[in-house]
Design a protein around this ligand. Structure first.
Ligand code: RP5
Length: 169
């Protein structure tokens, strides 16, 4: 198990259903994580305090999810030297396009690795966090490779079933 942990931050508890797959993926890899609701505009001071404290306790990657005018990931990135992954939440009248642009369009100098909108982005954020931590954790890298092989095997299985279903096997 890697010593570093991942902090999953979200602007509101209403974001959690989108982030659940990320939690499941990190757990499946045995990666330690913390989950917090912390808002860049509702609780700005508490957000900075958490990020500073988490970094000092060994947080290696921050995953930040927010919807609408999503500035959580950028605000977190401004307060840590650890990598920050942004997940735009698919809510509101623009269904996450606003959050995508707010998260991805960071001015040069303070990067946020922005994932896809919604659950696919949450999943990829977790995988990407695992890849980052695996750079200094060979066991974790092996587990990541195995996971990729299992995913490929699952596609092969589905393909076989599909051939039978379509009557061309
Ligand atoms: C953002 O506003 C949150 O990240 C959430 O996606 C959105 C709506 O928040 P609630 O009004 O549901 O708390 O800050």
């Amino acid at each position: 198990m890697t010593e570093r942990f991942v902090a999953i931050l979200m602007g509101s508890d209403s974001d959690y259903p989108v982030l659940e797959p990320a939690v499941e993926i990190l757990r499946s890899f045995g990666v330690r994580f913390e989950v917090r609701v912390t808002s860049a505009h509702r609780t700005p001071a508490a957000t900075v305090a958490y990020v500073t404290d988490a970094e000092s306790r060994g947080c290696g990657v921050f995953i930040c999810a927010a919807g609408l005018a999503a500035h959580l990931a950028g605000a977190v990135a401004a307060n840590t030297v650890m990598p920050v992954i942004g997940v735009p939440i698919d809510c509101g009248p623009l269904k996450g396009v606003d959050a995508l642009l707010s998260t991805v369009q960071m001015p040069g100098g303070i990067p946020v690795a922005t994932m896809a909108i919604g659950k696919a982005g949450a999943k990829n954020a977790a995988y990407f966090a695992v890849q980052i931590l695996a750079l200094s954790d060979p066991d974790l890298l092996n587990r990541f490779r195995e996971d990729r092989s299992r995913a490929a095997a699952a596609v092969a299985e589905k393909n076989e079933k599909l051939q039978k279903l379509a009557g061309c096997a």
